[in-house]
Write a protein that binds this ligand. Sequence first.
Ligand SMILES: Cc1cc2nc3c(=O)[nH]c(=O)nc-3n(C[C@H](O)[C@H](O)[C@H](O)COP(=O)(O)OP(=O)(O)OC[C@H]3O[C@@H](n4cnc5c(N)ncnc54)[C@H](O)[C@@H]3O)c2cc1C
Length: 324
Amino acid sequence: MTENIYDITIIGAGPSGLFAGFYAGMRKNKVQIIDSLEIPGGQLTALYPEKTIHDVPGYFAVKAETLVTDLVKQTAQFGVPIRLSEKVVDITPTTDQGVYQVTTTKSSYLTKSVIIATGNGSFAPKPLKTDEPSDFDFSKLGYSVTDKQQFAGKNVAVAGGGDSAIDLALMLSEVAASVSLIHRRDAFRAHESSVDKLHASDVHVLTPVTIRNISDHQEGLRIALSDDRELDVDHLIVQHGFLSNNKDIRAWSVDLEMKRQHFMVDSHYQTSCENIYAIGDTANYDGKLGLIVEGFKEGPHAVNQIMTKIHSGKLTHAHSTSLF
Ligand SMILES: Cc1cc2nc3c(=O)[nH]c(=O)nc-3n(C[C@H](O)[C@H](O)[C@H](O)COP(=O)(O)OP(=O)(O)OC[C@H]3O[C@@H](n4cnc5c(N)ncnc54)[C@H](O)[C@@H]3O)c2cc1C
């Protein structure tokens, strides 16, 4: 039974959770990372994969997605599992003292400690808002594509003006009968080379327009645009970015002190519950900065604190990585 209990469960595979996972693995803990998104990286992947970051030590400049790739490789050295598309929905104390049960949308796990690295909360796609009130069932719309072949031979519209909308439109144009990209401005918030590819492609670019209304039409949809054009398509995929919030966490069974959706922590990053720590953007304390390096500092500190409590006789502070 004991071998099925994790020493540390990290919630969130953003930069803070990934680095804490690496460090905990390097220190030979039985550790896992769980994230609700399909891919690791947190805000870096979901919000700004193409942005160059200049304030990560050791990197003169690094693209957000490259930093995530390197963090994942660093964590993988120690075989730390990263469970994706799995949202944590509860943490419950068990009758076995010092063991928590972490319940997710797919499974449940026993763990001696938890590090919460949930940033501003789990991400959900921003829903489409039409200009006019609509009776249309918006749950019929798509917000992501896992298999482009599902759109082979179809007429597809993509709504959005960022990198993800353009990348998706270009990808779908390889298989779809037609792809229209609907964006409210003429300028796109995307990498110049992607915009160049878009204009060179056969994607039908509709700007500057908004979606006035949507209605069912035959087997598909009729999209009424703000310039009075109408577009009949089989599918509309919305790429308006993500919203995140930590509100769901208030429903967890453990009583964690929060302030404005963030966890109050002590000087060792422990929350109001024994052996539950919070690091990165989600941790709140006096002087907190919302920077990647903050999470990089807090993760190892929390892991060392946990180790003094759950393993007797381990070093409190590791001075060098020669330990592995
Ligand atoms: C546009 C932009 C530019 C930025 N530029 C910089 C910069 O140049 N330099 C810098 O230092 N910082 C920058 N930041 C801030 C930086 O991105 C954050 O400080 C950093 O992402 C925090 O990392 P994190 O791991 O704590 O949280 P996040 O990156 O938010 O990751 C949290 C993860 O937790 C997951 N999660 C949440 N709830 C659950 C749940 N219930 N179950 C499972 N998983 C869950 C989420 O899916 C997410 O993957 C920028 C932020 C933005 C928005």
